[in-house]
Ligand binder design. Structure first.
Ligand SMILES: [Zn+2]
Length: 773
């Protein structure tokens, strides 16, 4: 009878207990006024619905397709007048299920046309300073006429094709729709004036060297290029305004480049006529370079270049380049000058030989002969390890003043020493970093071919993240190149580097998921913040093993294909079993920041008697102590039920019920092993910032020992503003630090420690003064 009554009552009590907890929780949520489950809501509304083209896993779907554009081009450089002439035949294959009524071709150089609308779209008023070149260009001289001059567009039979130019886009009006599965060939003839890229801030052009009267050319976006047609955008014909980069289909290229005889050329693709364009000496050195795995071999020396700089060849030479079957490219770039020194070194990547190449005018030395090819080699190693083996046969770094631009197999990089050959650390690290970054772009977006025009971060963010990993490895492999006992001084990637941006004026911050034309600080938005986010994801949220596998899965799934942001987000979850919707939401879809701190710390001890609160509870419900299961009570230090006798006592000493429980349920042996906690704390952690993050805590005890606990980000799922954790310890707790290693990009660390560091904020001091406290 007794037993029955007891069982019934305890059931009642349990129900009451559950109800009480739910009520308390709901009350807490109401009172906090910040109940915000949406931070952990899945991204169904933001993501497009998966379909047969793109699977919910983040992999290409069974119906995935991509278009192909193959190019045959003859290009002539007029070095005297800085003009470029070209004729191309594009063969376009429609692999889409759609019939295409017209084709869109990109005319990027039209951003420099006299009538370009690009300079007219800025409403920022007067700058406080201008570069002299930019000032002259804007206010003094006639605008540079650098747009494409299209001479004709013809079909495969040589008949003129009608076309319509809308700024940087050209619509080819084909007579009949290009049906699904069909192919079309057409040709375009054009020329344009090459800009001085050091004046015009162009991505491509020449630098003029007044001392010897020569130019060094880095040429890209120089030919009418097919726009992308895809399941996501249809035609990607968003105009080229200048900030949003490029979207390009894959294809095969055959390009003949005619330049003055005394120039050297390197470009995307395999050089087809090396024996015709190389001297005997160059050929001999090239064959040495193919076997030189430890250091570069100079193919064209500074001495040879200095002799050439004095002349100007009237005759020409044609250099022929062709891409390899099965290793398509999405673009083509080349560099040419009589000023180029040239070095090469072989690198083993996945058992195959790749040539790491550098091309630079003598003005780049001694920096370039010492560091360029070395940086290329490190990039190929680190990136290949984290993605896939670099598939092309070479990777070229070309020195061009103030440039940092990427194309398949070739890129332009800054890093110019002073005229006397001296240089600052800033110049040296800037140069190594930009080479790593631009060579790294071979992986993102040249091979993992994302749409840069729409999503700048997909290539810049992923590349800057990989750049950080590569820089750190470079620093470890070449300790002589960094300050003693220091890591490579990476400018971006480490969590603390993004704090000033994320803590900045919200009206000048855009989410990462924005078009590059529409953001205020493109460097921080598309490069720094995503790089830091991925670094934190790897180091702190997922762990290296899960992250690296998922990141590699993404790279391999989308190698030589066109991924979207969702394909990346989904793959990272698909390959790791980590729900990251909250992370993508906070870091990529909002402008929230991270700020987590520690608030109140309350001390509790075990009471041997029924507490006042429990007595009230029983009275209200007509229950007596005998109706209840054995209970243990924690009372807060200093509260009505607290006595000094409780302090530091083992719970089984204070609580008769616990002692009985232990006697009944544990053997003497088990009881002997037990280390009873003597201190109980309720610690309040606060979250003024919007982004939920893992709660990383370092507890320090009276004997100086430390304990580190990381609570998962899900701790914030029901309490967006604060959570309370109960700590039971044998030793007295004397200190708490949140995010002790600064891993989370926490923007305000003044709330990260308990007891609070004694410096009071200016605002608090001000308040105290006013109140007269
Ligand atoms: Zn970049």
């Amino acid at each position: 009878m007794n037993k029955l009554k007891y069982g019934f009552a305890s059931l009642m009590f349990l129900f009451a207990g559950v109800a009480l907890a739910q009520e308390q929780e709901a009350k807490q949520e109401r009172e906090s006024g910040h109940y915000n489950q949406s931070r952990f809501k899945q991204l169904y509304e933001e993501f497009s619905t998966p379909n047969s083209y793109r699977s919910a896993s983040g992999a290409p779907g069974p119906a995935y397709y991509q278009q192909q554009a193959d190019y045959k081009m003859d290009i002539t450089l007029d070095d005297k007048n800085a003009k470029i002439y070209g004729e191309e035949t594009i063969t376009y294959t429609n692999n889409s299920p759609d019939n295409l009524e017209f084709l869109w071709v990109q005319l990027d150089q039209n951003v420099r046309a006299k009538d370009s609308k690009s300079p007219l779209r800025n409403g920022n008023g007067v700058n406080f300073a201008y570069t002299a070149g930019n000032f002259a260009e804007t206010f003094v001289t006639e605008p540079f006429d650098g747009g494409f001059n299209i001479e004709w567009v013809k079909d495969a039979n040589g008949k003129p094709l009608s076309y319509t130019i809308n700024q940087t886009m050209m619509r080819i009006n084909i007579p009949q729709a290009l049906k699904s599965g069909e192919q079309i060939s057409f040709s375009i003839k054009w020329w344009y004036n090459i800009p001085d890229h050091t004046v015009n801030r162009a991505r491509s052009g020449y630098e003029y060297f007044p001392k010897d009267g020569n130019r060094a050319y880095v040429i890209a976006q120089f030919f009418p290029r097919m726009a992308v047609y895809s399941d996501v955008e249809g035609w990607q014909n968003h105009q080229f305004w200048g900030s949003g980069e490029f979207a390009l289909p894959f294809g095969n290229y055959e390009v003949n480049i005619t330049v003055p005889e005394d120039h050297v050329v390197d470009a995307t693709g395999v050089l087809q006529n090396r024996k015709d364009v190389f001297t005997k000496d160059m050929m001999k050195r090239y064959n040495q370079a193919k076997k030189s795995y430890d250091k570069p071999v100079v193919i064209v020396t500074q001495e040879e270049v200095e002799a050439k700089e004095k002349g100007f060849a009237e005759k020409t030479k044609t250099w022929s380049f062709k891409t390899e079957p099965g290793k398509m490219v999405r673009d083509f770039g080349f560099a040419t000058s009589r000023k180029f020194i040239w070095d090469m070194q072989a690198v083993k990547v996945g058992g195959k030989d790749v040539m790491a190449v550098s091309m630079y005018p003598k003005e780049g030395n001694p920096l370039w002969e010492d560091f360029s090819t070395k940086a290329v080699v490190q990039t190929l190693h680190t990136y290949s390890k984290h993605t896939f083996d670099y598939p092309y046969h070479k990777a070229i770094s070309v020195h061009a003043k103030n440039q940092g631009m990427e194309y398949p197999m070739i890129c332009w990089n800054y890093g110019r020493p002073n005229e006397d050959g001296t240089y600052s650390d800033r110049t040296k690290y800037g140069m190594i970093s930009v080479i790593i970054h631009e060579v790294g772009h071979n992986f993102f977006p040249m091979i993992v071919n994302s749409d840069e025009r729409q999503w700048g971060w997909m290539d810049e963010g992923l590349d800057t993240f990989m750049q950080y990993l590569t820089e750190q490895e470079y620093g470890k492999n070449y300790p002589e190149d960094v300050a003693p006992n220091e890591n490579y001084p990476s400018r971006r990637g480490a969590p603390e580097k993004i704090v000033p941006y994320m803590a900045g004026d919200q009206s000048y911050i855009a989410p990462i998921m924005s078009n590059p034309e529409n953001v205020y600080q493109l460097g921080a938005n598309a490069y720094g913040k995503p790089a830091t986010a991925l670094n934190i994801l790897r180091e702190t949220v997922m762990g290296k093993e899960l992250f690296d596998h998922a990141f590699k899965t993404y790279a391999q799934r989308w190698m030589f294909k066109h991924p979207t942001p969702e394909d990346f987000f989904r793959t990272m979850e698909d390959a790791s079993a980590v729900d990251l919707d909250w992370f993508w939401r906070g870091w990529f879809y909002t402008t929230d920041y991270v700020d987590i701190g520690v608030g109140e710390v309350k001390k509790f001890f075990v009471s041997g008697d029924v507490t006042t609160q429990m007595k009230e509870y029983m009275a209200a419900r007509n229950i007596t102590e005998s109706d209840l299961p054995p209970l243990v009570y924690l009372v807060e230090e200093g509260s009505a039920d607290y006595t000094d006798a409780m302090k530091g006592k083992a719970p089984s000493e204070s609580s008769k019920t616990l002692k009985e429980f232990m006697m009944d349920n544990m053997t003497a042996e088990e009881r002997a092993k037990v280390k009873e906690p003597k201190y109980f704390y309720e610690v309040t952690f606060t979250k003024p910032g919007g982004i939920p993050m893992p709660l990383i805590v370092e507890y320090t005890y009276a004997d100086g020992t430390k304990e580190n606990v990381t609570y998962p980000p899900e701790i914030w799922r029901k309490n967006d503003k604060e959570v309370k954790r109960v700590m039971s310890t044998q030793k007295e707790l004397v200190g708490i630090v949140v995010d002790p290693k600064a891993e989370t990009a926490d923007i305000d660390t003044t709330n990260n420690a308990w007891p609070m560091k004694d410096e009071k904020s200016d605002f608090d001091q001000f308040k105290e003064k006013v109140r007269g406290e």
